[in-house]
Write a protein that binds this ligand. Structure first.
Ligand code: ZN
Length: 292
């Protein structure tokens, strides 16, 4: 079964207009930072637009129709796929792993980024150069956070893996696809001393220091997680595929075509249930996220 998913828009201070202009999303916001393409978080789950499940959400299906996911076990729908338009720098942040997030009734947050577009000389922040937790704390106290984080140049099509516990920040001028564990727990570590309506946004230094990895110098450009996988498929004319045992979670990154007889153009997302044979035709670039 091929289910089309209704996108969820998120207004953010740092968002821009690229999700509208590049993907054609009809977002109601002037500054849209995120489009949630594939989400099964309770109250923030994508609605199914077609099939007999029309009107239900991915959350509902995970609760009620687990056979569509090949009987995959687990309390929470495991992944979250977003398109992100950072018009300005995001705060430097860190997420807990599964063990540390469990107390909060959530999964941890391991994530990965595929750079879809960026301005010249753009960078991201991943990891830091501190050798001990004390070194990190001192850097915060002395307002030298930017001296110890790893800032890395980026270009279109780069891929980065960000394990839970790794400090990271998306910088302004970057459009990317994020595939992550389904979690909404973020600890803000540093916000560039910025003011929002005259006041700094709250930081979560204690929580961040509790989950941050030390040392954590390496930039990882390959996926290293047992929770999800991601395939990038460029279709020039026609591709046949059978969906993964737990389903295919498809986001169209570029172009236009069909999945069987359903229109698939850039920005659209689909859930193709367990072990479904399908054909993609046309000229499209797909990201297919998989639950492991
Ligand atoms: Zn993050």
């Amino acid at each position: 079964m091929i289910m089309k998913l209704e996108p969820i828009f998120k207004e953010t201070l740092w968002g821009g207009e690229k999700l509208k202009t590049r993907f054609g999303f009809k977002t109601p916001y002037e500054k849209t930072g995120e489009v949630w393409c594939i989400s099964g978080l309770k109250d923030q789950a994508n609605r199914i637009e077609n099939t007999t499940f029309s009107g239900k959400t991915l959350y509902d299906l995970w609760q009620e129709e687990r056979h569509l996911f090949g009987g995959k076990e687990g309390d929470y729908f495991p992944i979250l796929v977003k398109l992100i338009d950072a018009n300005q720098d995001l705060s430097i942040q860190v997420h807990p792993d599964n063990a540390k997030a469990r107390e909060k009734g959530s999964l941890g947050k391991t994530e990965c980024w595929t750079i879809l577009d960026c301005e010249k000389d753009s960078t991201i922040i991943i990891g830091h150069n501190a050798s001990t937790l004390d070194e990190l704390k001192t850097a915060i106290e002395e307002k030298r956070v930017l001296d110890i984080v790893n800032e890395h140049p980026i270009k279109k099509d780069d891929f980065f893996f960000i394990d839970a516990g790794t400090l990271h920040a998306i910088k302004g001028g970057t459009l990317l696809l994020e595939v992550q564990q389904s979690s909404d727990i973020t600890y803000r570590f540093y916000d560039y001393e910025r003011l929002d309506n005259g006041k700094p946004r709250p930081l979560h230094i204690d929580e961040a220091l509790e989950v941050v990895k030390v040392p954590d110098r390496d930039i990882k450009t390959a996926l290293e997680t047992k929770y999800f996988d991601i395939l990038f498929v460029n279709v020039a004319q026609s591709v046949f595929r059978k969906s993964h045992q737990h389903g295919d979670f498809v986001t169209v990154l570029d172009g236009e075509g069909y999945i069987d007889n359903i229109l698939a153009k850039k920005g659209m997302s689909f859930f193709i249930s367990s072990q479904t044979a399908y054909q993609v035709t046309g000229n499209v670039s797909l990201a297919i996220a998989l639950i492991m």
